[in-house]
Design a binder for this molecule. Structure first.
Ligand code: NAG
Ligand code: NAG
Ligand code: NAG
Length: 323
């Protein structure tokens, strides 16, 4: 008999005596962890508090001529009042009123997603009245990861889609969510970038380009905002489900998020085109206190699902004796 087994037998035989001793011990550990374990958990977690001001130290809070050009040129911090005001006034489009019917190409298809919605509802136990962000939202119907949630489960949210043709169709659907014809910024400040206009697979190419380069019709200059700025402009600091599919720039978008300021429960990230690779996303999200729940891999989905570990701050290092 191994030592481990004999300990287990001892535990079973002397349960009642042990429970009181162990519970006192546990309380002690939770309330008063040794300096060693505190030190270790700090080292392994590597939580870096994120400074929203770091990009733009010195820009005054009150800007007299607050324009998008000013915001871009000064790389305004994510929560700058000028930036939030611009998003609110010029970019956020209101949801269609609840009595206006949806305009769908295939109204009988309840869930056009490639499996994401099933996973979301399962993990969130059929949550109703939730809040989502979907980027890219495409035309708001084809492969939509949020239509079912909005239509059947009374969710609402933010639909983000920079590609002009797709957005035109999205705007006509009468979705009950806010829409933005913008990209999520790859930096912690607003940026104007060139965008490949190919429908469905459109993506950010690089910096803003000149008129002559726009003339060939393949590129557009589009305005990007940090995800956190959009949420703040909307007055929202929690999200139940974030669907992120931006054709390769997913990790860069995730890295703009000040995780200690916003609560995102569930995140589905398309990993397939991410330049840094699948494990770079997984490692990064783990550092932010997320559990990798698994992948949704169907013919049309290549998503990895992360769920916020709400017990993360309570965890302390322990040894798993079974290993
Ligand atoms: C969620 O809804 C589905 C379909 O209506 C049902 O089969 C499932 O049991 C529900 N799950 C929970 C956790 O309530
Ligand atoms: C959604 O809201 C409508 C109207 O308030 C209500 O009748 C319906 O039961 C709700 N659906 C769910 C799934 O909660
Ligand atoms: C996120 O949610 C948790 C649990 O509900 C709460 O304790 C925490 O304060 C929230 N954080 C933010 C930034 O809202």
């Amino acid at each position: 008999m191994t030592t481990l087994r004999s300990i287990r037998l001892f535990v079973i035989r002397h349960r009642s005596l042990l429970i009181s001793t162990v519970s006192i011990g546990l309380i002690f550990m939770i309330v008063w962890p040794s300096t060693d374990s505190r030190h270790n958990s700090k080292q392994t977690k590597k939580k870096v508090l994120y400074n929203l001001m770091e990009e733009t130290k010195g820009v005054p809070k009150h800007v007299k001529d607050c324009t998008i050009e000013y915001a871009n040129a000064h790389k305004l911090q994510q929560d700058h009042p000028c930036l939030l005001d611009i998003i609110r006034r010029q970019y956020l489009n209101k949801p269609s009123p609840s009595d206006v019917p949806l305009l769908l190409d295939y109204p009988n298809v309840k869930d056009p997603s490639a499996g994401q919605v099933t996973a979301v509802l399962r993990l969130l136990r059929n949550l109703t009245n939730g809040f989502f962000i979907e980027s890219g939202a495409a035309d708001g119907e084809s492969f939509s990861n949020t239509l079912f949630l909005e239509r059947e489960m009374n969710w609402t949210g933010l639909l983000v889609e920079p590609e002009p043709k797709s957005f035109q169709n999205l705007a006509k659907r009468n979705r009950k969510s806010w829409t933005l014809q913008n990209c999520l910024s790859l930096e912690k400040y607003p940026t104007e970038v060139s965008f490949d206009k190919t429908e469905i697979t459109g993506k950010i190419i690089g910096s803003k380009v000149s008129q002559s380069e726009l003339d060939n019709g393949k590129l557009a200059n589009v305005q990007c905002f940090p995800l956190y700025s959009i949420l703040l402009a909307h007055g929202q600091n929690w999200v139940d489900f974030f669907s992120l599919d931006v054709e390769g720039h997913e990790l860069q978008v995730l890295k703009t998020i000040p995780w200690h300021k916003v609560n995102i429960t569930l995140i589905a990230v398309e990993w397939e085109h991410v330049e840094e690779g699948y494990y770079a996303i997984v490692d990064y999200m783990k550092e932010q206190g997320y559990v990798n729940f698994g992948r949704i891999a169907t013919p049309y989905a290549r998503d990895v699902v992360f769920i916020k570990d709400f017990l993360d701050d309570l965890r302390f290092d322990y040894v798993d004796y079974d290993e």
